[in-house]
Design a protein around this ligand. Structure first.
Ligand SMILES: C[S@@+](CC[C@H](N)C(=O)[O-])C[C@H]1O[C@@H](n2cnc3c(N)ncnc32)[C@H](O)[C@@H]1O
Length: 538
């Protein structure tokens, strides 16, 4: 499959758009079932957008009619009988708890993930210990215990506030393959500087080296073919190599003789591959709160982690899929490493951020990332409104870099927020209302009241059109918001979707100096192999 970015529920997108056996590598980092709500906690530049969204997602994992229907599908209609049994057993134990709701949603998706993976494909599930043991049961049932490869522990933080238990500082990644034939590109870690300092203490014209044994130890026992005299030295338990090899090494100046005459083999630093990657990852640090890579997304994973996974488990040209794409770390890493990619996310803001991250990071993607599920013109926007008004609202907010509210009725008359900085660097708030149907004068009036009630600096009213003169007059009556006594901005702005598409209208608020309020704009070209940090919020 070619590069694709989808806005939608991964269950539907996988079922409708991703063929069987078509993807080489899948990495997912689904929202965990933990006390902290990881679902979507975007923080914009002002750090203020998160609270509303946090509230909106509080009830993400409750046992609902959907959970019941999915459970029935898993138990009654699913050909994988082992999975049906596992799911039934889990429910007997867990009852209709949030954990069971979460596992049910995961189980049905794991079936699709397994289906779309090529027979030679690999799968990584990133989670934390809150649900990892239950997820392992599901994974063993879907992939088969024989296809389990590793539990990988990533030290994601150096400390955590756990006063009366072991500090919880790691995430867990489960690594499975679809069969015993799979891609594995061995990777090695660089040398530990303290080890180098301690052991690589010798040097000659070839470079620094450490000493390694060429003589057998007592515990190795004797070997008749390795017991010989060489250069006046006859070790008690013989040599580790045959005479011809030792002669060759010596001729190549690779034998070192200590003060006592005891020979050693020289191991040159430049010739050592390093240590093979381990199942405990401590050398990849989390995305720092002030780092340039940060996009304002608390669950953002470091590019280095995804690059390691993609490098070992796929080849250039392979297709990598992340169906819980977040702010697009996997697809960004995949593009950097010359892989094709598919990203899916259910949240409009995520998808808008991923699109801008990719387009701003890679010259070859500039202006070219199409989002399946995002309208491309006013007509398809109208279709989205008819099919799914809430998704339409969320998408419309991203048109002006606003954060949509994700729950119906969360705040009366408000569909989204846009926080920005004024000339004094004080954060200001604008409210957004999106109307999909026909607009009435009374609705503009009501929106003006919302702007007043919320004490918002500005209000943006997004609609399809048919904006009449009386409506414009009503908006103009609200006057202006003045930025630190210098620039005036209409207090209530009516924006039509057609004008926003055509670029003939835009949300007017103080320039943020090229910064997007929606995530943090990626501004550096990311190239494979480039080691420096890649996103700059300057
Ligand atoms: C923990 S975040 C992933 C973070 C990502 N690894 C990164 O580095 O940016 C989980 C993401 O899954 C998305 N998500 C949750 N349920 C989904 C679903 N059913 N379909 C598609 N995306 C979903 C959320 O919107 C959220 O962006």
């Amino acid at each position: 499959m070619e590069n694709k970015l989808f806005f939608g529920d991964n269950l539907e997108v996988l079922r409708d758009h991703v063929p069987d056996d078509s993807v080489d590598l899948i990495y997912i980092d689904p929202p965990f079932n933990s006390n902290r709500n990881y679902f979507v906690l975007f923080k914009d530049r002002t750090g203020k957008a998160s609270a509303a969204q946090e509230a909106a997602f509080e009830d993400t994992w409750t046992w609902t009619e959907d959970s019941e229907a999915t459970y029935k599908e898993l138990v009654a209609r699913n050909p994988n009988r082992d999975l049906a049994t596992t799911t039934e057993s889990l429910r007997q134990f867990l009852k209709e708890t949030p954990m069971m709701a979460y596992l049910t949603a995961m189980a049905i998706r794991l079936i699709e993930i397994h289906r779309v993976l090529k027979p030679t494909g690999s799968f990584y599930l990133h989670c934390d210990p809150t649900a990892s043991h239950y997820l392992k049961l599901l994974l063993d049932t879907v992939f088969g215990p024989r296809n389990y490869r590793n539990e990988i522990v990533w030290e994601r933080t150096s400390s955590h506030n756990d006063s009366k238990k072991w500090m919880q500082v790691h995430d867990t990644l489960f690594y499975y393959c679809k069969s015993s034939q799979y891609t594995w590109n061995a990777e090695y870690l660089g040398h530990d500087p303290s080890y180098v300092k301690e052991f690589y203490r010798y040097s000659d014209e070839r470079g620094v080296f450490r000493l390694d044994h060429i003589i057998r130890s007592a515990s190795m026992g004797p070997r008749p073919n390795l017991a010989y005299e060489y250069s006046g030295y006859t070790p008690d338990w013989g040599w580790r190599v045959v005479r011809e090899k030792l002669e060759k090494l010596d001729a190549d100046n690779r034998i070192y003789r200590s003060g006592t005459g005891r020979p050693y083999i020289k191991r040159y630093l430049a010739e050592q591959t390093g240590t093979p990657i381990k199942s405990v990852i401590t050398d990849i640090h989390p995305v720092s709160a002030v780092g340039k890579e940060r996009l304002g997304y608390p669950t953002q994973k470091p590019l280095a982690l995804l690059e390691r996974i993609i490098s070992v488990s796929s080849n250039p040209g392979d297709c990598v899929l992340d169906c819980y794409c977040g702010c697009g770390t996997t697809v960004t890493a995949a593009h950097r490493l010359g892989r094709k990619w598919i990203g899916i996310d259910i949240t409009a803001v995520s998808v808008a951020i991923i699109k801008s991250r990719l387009e701003n990071s890679f010259d070859d993607l500039k202006g070219k990332v199409q989002v399946e599920g995002f309208p491309q013109d006013a007509e398809s926007a109208r279709q989205l409104f008819e099919i799914d008004p809430y998704r339409f609202q969320a998408w419309a907010c991203t048109l002006i870099d606003a954060y949509p509210l994700t729950k119906k009725g969360a705040d009366a008359g408000i569909d989204g927020w846009l926080n920005f900085f004024d000339l004094d660097d004080t954060s200001q708030r604008a409210v957004v209302q999106v109307k999909g149907g026909k607009v009435q004068l009374g609705q503009i009036r009501d929106f003006c009241h919302v702007v007043q009630r919320e004490k918002a600096a500005i209000g943006f009213f997004i609609c399809f059109g048919d904006v009449t003169d009386p409506m414009r007059k009503e908006a103009i009556k609200e006057g202006y918001w003045t930025d630190v006594g210098r620039h005036d901005y209409p207090k209530v702005q009516i924006l039509t979707i057609a004008d926003l598409f055509a670029g003939t209208a835009r949300a007017r608020y103080p320039s943020q100096h090229g910064k997007s309020m929606l995530g943090f704009k990626a501004s550096h070209q990311e190239r494979a192999g480039q080691q420096k940090e890649l996103f700059d919020d300057d």
